[in-house]
Design a binder for this molecule. Structure first.
Ligand code: F6P
Length: 342
């Protein structure tokens, strides 16, 4: 069998571990030809496809990013994108595609599968917001980075008696904010799922001061919004999947806190640091398990599925089910975060 593999959407630590596992098991155990597709769906449209061998994957396990490159290309928005994909599949004699990506990339995989392309998905989202899997690789790394940043911000916040606002990733779901915030001992955690009230936040910070705690840490997900306002965006320009660029909520909250409490407040935007660099051991292992399971699905010719982690077992999940709705933070976990605020 000739199997193409691509990575689409935002990168995250662990992508190379998946590529390594798919390639290794595909070549050594199944005798497949594995072909790398450059830059997500764009490379399949343009025919940027090259053979991967064991030397191409040597040493990539700990490396962040993706050796294949990525893009946010939506082939359904490209003129004759789908026709060109099917021509390239024929030209390169691809029997199956392993698509590693989030809701956008896997959404394309699902639609292409419905049109007859034999696709298997591997879930990837730093935000951990894909249904059908308890965790996605990269998320644990991001949470570790946020935790370390909060530990560092604690000492400087304490020294200056300041409020520190920390903006983290999380477009529709606040998983990074809530898990990073809990692990790093944040006082207040603001996430997209539960719109916040500025007056309440200021009240909680002032109450802590009265109790003698002279600094506070506020973690805010980029997609969090006040009860009575819209999302804060950096640019209204959308990508080919219709997403606007978020960012800026940290600065707004920081200004508001300073205004309503009179306490010196600073903001740190962690940004792409959360997505860069080496994966944690957990993410390397999860990505490796996903890669091995994905090529097994190809071998079994079980297309239209992605691999997912459920109760610590890697299982096939229909793409349709995984993409039905995002996985958001539930009120049970949010209630735990609330124990530590106010
Ligand atoms: O979807 C994952 C994510 O990291 C979001 O948290 C963030 O809003 C977005 O990607 C950033 O996208 P880009 O890499 O296109 O700037």
């Amino acid at each position: 069998m000739r199997v193409g593999i691509l990575t689409g959407g935002g990168d995250c630590p662990g992508l190379n571990a998946v590529i390594r596992a798919v390639t290794r098991k595909g070549i050594v155990h199944y005798g497949f030809d594995i072909l790398g597709i450059k830059n997500g769906w764009l490379g399949l449209i343009e025919g940027k496809i090259f053979p991967l061998d064991l030397s191409s994957i040597s040493g990539i396990l700990p490396r962040g990013g993706t050796i294949l490159g990525t893009s946010r290309t939506n082939p359904f928005m490209v003129e004759d994108g789908i026709g060109r994909i099917f021509s390239q599949v024929e030209k390169f004699e691809l029997d199956a595609i392993v698509a590693i990506g989030g809701e956008d990339t896997l959404g394309v995989a699902k639609k292409l599968h419905e049109k007859g392309l034999r696709c298997v998905g591997v879930p990837k989202t730093i935000d951990n917001d894909l249904a059908g899997t308890d965790y996605t690789f990269g998320f644990d790394t991001a949470v570790s980075i946020v935790t370390e940043a909060l530990d560092r911000l604690h000492t400087t916040a304490e020294a200056h008696h300041r409020v520190m606002v920390v903006e983290v990733m999380g477009r529709h779901a606040g998983w990074i904010a809530i898990e990073g915030g809990l692990a790093g001992g944040a006082d207040i955690i603001l996430i997209p799922e539960f719109p916040f009230d500025m007056g309440e936040i200021c009240g909680q910070i002032l109450k802590r001061r009265e109790r003698g705690k002279l600094f506070s840490i506020v973690v805010v997900a980029e997609g969090a919004k006040p009860k009575d306002a819209n999302l804060i965006i950096q640019s209204s320009e959308t990508d080919s999947f219709g997403h606007v660029r978020l960012g800026g909520i940290g600065n707004i909250i920081s200004r508001e806190i300073e205004k309503c409490t009179g306490i010196e407040t600073r903001v740190t935007v962690l940004g792409y640091i959360q997505r860069g660099g080496s994966p944690t051991a957990f993410d390397r292992i999860l990505a490796t398990r996903f890669g091995v399971a994905a090529i097994d699905l190809v071998k079994e010719e079980k297309f239209g599925f992605m691999v997912g982690l459920r109760c610590n077992h890697v299982v096939p999940v229909p793409l349709e089910e995984a993409l039905a709705e995002p996985k958001t933070v539930d009120s049970e976990l949010y209630a735990i975060a609330k124990v530590f605020s106010g």
